[in-house]
Ligand binder design. Structure first.
Ligand code: ATP
Ligand code: MG
Length: 146
C-alpha cells in the first residue's frame, strides 16, 4: 500500500520523542518530489524504530538524533544519524549477528538481537543496510532501495 513517507517518519519521531527520557534533540530532513511510496507499514516501523532506539540508547542525553529521508524516482534512502559512542572497527563485521554486542557498550543493557532481526526484515523487503561509525563521534545507519 502506498504510504506518505515524510508524514510516517515525522509521526514515528514524535512518538519516540514523547517517550525519550534523555531529552535528545530530534531532527527530520526530507528530500524528494514524491511522498507516497509502496511500503509495508508494520515492517518499516519495526526497522526504523529499532535503529532510532539504538541511536537514542547509545548516545548521551541531549545529543542530536537525525532521521534523513530521500525519495528518488528509483530509490528510497533512510539514514539514522547519532552523535553517540560509536562502533569499533573490529566490531563492524559482526554487528548484524544475533547476540553480538559491541565491546564499548559497558553498562548499557541489550540482547544484541535488534540489528539481526532488522537485517532479515530489510532483506525480505529487498533492501540493503549498512553503517559507518567513528568511536566517540557517532554512527550513521543507512537503508536503501527498500
Ligand atoms: P536489543 O536486542 O535490545 O536491541 P542491542 O541494542 O544490544 O539489544 P542490537 O540493536 O542488535 O542489540 O545492536 C547490536 C550492538 O550494536 C549493540 O549492542 C551495540 O554494541 C551496537 N550498536 C547498535 N546501534 C548502535 C549505535 N547507534 N551506536 C553505537 N553502537 C550501536
Ligand atoms: Mg538495539
Amino acid at each position: 500500500v502506498p504510504i506518505n513517507l515524510p508524514y510516517f517518519c515525522q509521526h514515528l519521531l514524535e512518538e519516540l520523542q514523547f517517550s525519550d527520557e534523555n531529552r535528545h534533540q530530534f531532527s527530520f530532513i526530507y528530500h524528494g518530489k514524491q511522498e507516497f511510496v509502496n511500503f509495508d507499514q508494520q515492517w518499516l516501523r519495526y526497522i526504523l524504530a529499532n535503529l532510532l532506539y539504538n541511536a537514542l540508547k547509545y548516545s548521551p542525553q541531549g545529543s542530536t538524533v537525525k532521521l534523513l529521508l530521500s525519495i528518488d524516482t528509483t530509490e528510497v534512502t533512510f539514514q539514522v544519524v547519532d552523535r553517540g559512542i560509536g562502533i569499533h572497527s573490529e566490531d563492524q563485521l559482526n554487528m548484524f549477528k544475533p547476540f553480538y554486542r559491541g565491546k564499548n557498550v559497558n553498562s548499557i543493557t541489550g540482547s544484541g538481537l535488534g540489528l539481526a532481526i532488522v537485517k532479515n526484515y530489510v532483506e525480505l523487503l529487498k533492501g540493503q543496510i549498512s553503517f559507518t561509525s567513528e568511536i566517540g563521534v557517532g554512527t550513521t545507519f543507512k537503508l536503501f532501495r527498500i
